[in-house]
Ligand binder design. Structure first.
Ligand code: GCW
Length: 662
């Protein structure tokens, strides 16, 4: 039974022709001896993959023969072969088909064993996606040095915004018991080039920094290390008080600074390659430097100092907002931009893709491009907190691509960041992510983190080929479904730049009518501002003037509805219901049309999936079909609730031709 456990590393038997094609290119594997744990992992993966795909074993060999795979670094590269070492850096690889002493071989070349591991996964990907393995000439090196997962996993194994079962970290049994699942987790991440993981929730408990938990984290670090993955921890800013018995956590207090330094030293004793701390401070009730009249620089630089002797890094999050500041979307920029240039060299400021909170669509965050003297990280959410949890099929590749390619000031966001982080959607469900298609979001995050210039459509295609089928018609149909799915969720939840219309307790269904939460900036009515006169949040100079946080060209464009991208319209403008849109419809008619279109797209996805029954194994076909039925019902729920509510405030009849809610 296919239960999804193998992710995109299934290596199932290929069609006969393809089997022969792969087998002749992988008759044997030549590698350095003795092999490091990382090189052993690379060789083991190649053997596993070749055996799975072809039914034949690729044995280790010392001499290269026809059809050999050669894993080489500068130390053991064959003479006379010219390889682009200097372009590969520490993590890159080259795959090259060539003749060596008259024998046809494939060279996997890298400067390090981690590069060889990545190159081996790349070769396996090429084999599974039907590349011509006898003419390989590939080279890749990551554009961003830090490619991290952020787990919002609590120490009691609940997962904040997790929809895939309990945390995979079995804290009770660690450090003594090391679940084999940790190795499979490492393999999956290494196959994408993810090189760090923050183990615990940013809403952190101080306990994660106690000696027992450091020992547990160290055990995980040992498992992950051969796969090129460093362990990081979220740190609670008030830990010196809670664990150290100090009276304060003031970052300028010498005793506090000494406590963090000792804590960092203690961690590096057990985890010599510890990545560093991720910190959520003075945000949503978390403690931070502002509790002592200090600012983000004071807090971050204190931790940076504690880590710097060991080469550690502080990821300091910019997701901050406090009640009643007028426009929540402006706060991160207001607090952080003036601090540009003041952070220590080993601090990275981690910024969410948009200024509110992982909505189905947000304009890019105004901090990108606005802090040229500060390394930034882009934070994306892989878990679908606001996009239907793991039940709705939404492929996030296009969302990630949209922000990576957005141009704050002439260069894309991808070039304004040094690091990238994805809030993981991984749990202990058999299929890891809560649904089969949510695996694609983990995959897409990793692939785009490695190379932000990849097209999300290509990433979808290679994922489908490795995960479901290589039959061309089925692949086309699956890719088309996936690519339509992101726009569908925008349409049936928050079209035309609307945002934050969901129910607060759960973040799952619609609740645009809610206006009585304890904080104004949590209320959906605060965000959509719909009334008789129109709908939308005026962020122009007449309103909150959030547009002024963007570079001048964008600020000018966004200040006027005619020059604002229509997909962002109501994010920046409050407009009358009869405002004319490019379609020729009024705003009201367009809004309803988009809600309808979202529902119709999900209905199409359902029938496309139904038509693929013969191409997909029964278990996974049934799992996905059941979820799509839920998604269609919930898309209608969103549409009907939102349209009925907006109608109740606008007082307008449904546009002609609109179906009455079922
Ligand atoms: O909006 C929120 C989520 C919280 C999360 C927070 C954050 C970890 O609903 O669950 O807390 O974002 O990113 O810090």
């Amino acid at each position: 039974v296919e239960d999804g456990y193998d992710l995109w590393l299934r290596y199932r038997g290929l069609a006969m022709v393809a089997q022969a094609r792969v087998a002749t290119q992988a008759r044997s594997i030549v590698h350095a001896e003795p092999a490091s744990p990382t090189l052993q992992a690379a060789v083991a993966e190649l053997k596993r993959g070749v055996a799975g795909m072809t039914g034949k074993e690729a044995a280790s060999a010392t001499q290269s023969a026809d059809g050999a795979l050669l894993l080489v670094t500068p130390a053991n590269a064959p003479k006379g072969v010219d390889l682009p070492w200097s372009e590969l850096g520490r993590e890159g690889y080259a795959l090259r088909s060539l003749k060596l002493g008259g024998r046809a071989v494939t060279v996997i070349a890298a400067n390090t064993d981690t590069g060889l591991l990545y190159g081996s996964f790349a070769w396996l990907r090429a084999a599974q996606t039907g590349a011509d393995l006898s003419r390989l000439d590939l080279r890749a090196a990551p554009k961003l040095g830090l490619r991290l997962l952020n787990h919002w996993d609590n120490l009691d194994r609940t997962v904040e915004r997790g929809y895939a079962g309990a945390s995979i970290w079995d804290w009770w049994k660690l450090p003594d018991l090391r679940d084999v699942r940790y190795v499979d987790y490492a393999r999956a991440n290494a196959s994408l080039g993810i090189n760090g993981t923050v183990l615990n929730n940013v809403n952190a408990k101080a306990d994660s920094l106690t000696a027992p938990f450091i020992a547990k984290a160290a055990a995980l670090a040992e498992v992950l290390r051969p796969y090129g993955i460093k362990v990081w921890l979220s740190a609670r800013f008030s830990a010196p008080k809670e664990l150290g018995g100090l009276k304060t956590a003031d970052p300028l207090d010498p005793a506090v600074r000494a406590w963090w330094k000792a804590k960092a030293d203690e961690i590096y004793q057990s985890i010599p390659d510890f990545g560093g701390f991720l910190v959520k401070a003075n945000s949503e009730g978390q403690p931070g430097p502002q509790d002592y009249g200090r600012n983000h620089v004071d807090g971050a630089n204190m931790l940076a100092e504690a880590l710097s002797a060991h080469g550690g890094v502080v990821m300091w999050r910019a997701f901050v907002y406090a009640p009643d500041t007028g426009d929540r979307a402006k706060q991160a920029f207001a607090e952080f931009q003036p601090l540009d240039g003041q952070f220590a060299a080993n601090v990275i400021v981690q910024v969410k893709n948009g200024a509110i909170d992982f909505q189905p669509r947000e304009p890019f965050h105004p901090l990108f491009g606005a802090m040229p003297k500060t390394p930034l990280a882009l934070e994306l959410q892989i878990t679908k907190e606001y996009l239907g949890f793991s039940t709705h099929l939404v492929y996030l590749g296009p969302l990630f691509e949209e922000v990576l390619r957005a141009q704050p000031d002439g260069a894309p966001v991808a070039q304004h960041v040094k690091a990238i982080a994805g809030v993981a959607n991984i749990g202990s469900d058999r299929n890891w992510s809560g649904s089969h298609f949510d695996q694609a979001n983990w995959y897409a995050f990793g692939r785009l983190a490695w190379n932000p210039e990849l097209a999300s459509s290509d990433v979808a295609r290679e994922w489908v080929q490795q995960t479901f089928t290589t039959a061309p018609r089925a692949v086309d149909s699956l890719v088309a479904m996936m690519l339509a799915s992101r726009e569908a969720v925008v349409d049936y939840m928050t079209p035309l730049g609307l945002h934050h219309l969901m129910g607060t307790a759960h973040h799952h269904g619609p609740a645009p009518w809610v206006d009585d939460l304890e904080r104004a900036d949590w209320n959906p009515v605060y965000f959509h501002r719909a009334g008789r006169d129109g709908i939308g949040f005026d962020r122009t100079p007449r309103g909150s003037n959030a547009v002024a946080q963007y570079a001048p060209d964008w600020a000018a464009r966004l200040a006027r509805p005619e020059t604002t991208p229509e997909d962002w319209l109501l994010w920046f403008h409050h407009l009358p219901w009869d405002y004319p849109l490019r379609s020729g419809r009024t705003l009201w008619a367009e809004l309803v049309a988009r809600y309808d279109r979202g529902v119709a797209t999900v209905a199409d996805m359902r029938s496309q999936w139904a038509a693929l029954k013969a191409d997909i194994d029964p278990q996974r076909h049934a799992d996905v079909a059941a979820y799509l039925a839920v998604q269609e019902a919930e898309a209608r729920w969103w549409r009907d609730a939102c349209v009925a509510y907006f109608q109740s405030v606008s007082g307008l009849p449904l546009p002609a031709g609109t179906r009455a809610p079922a």
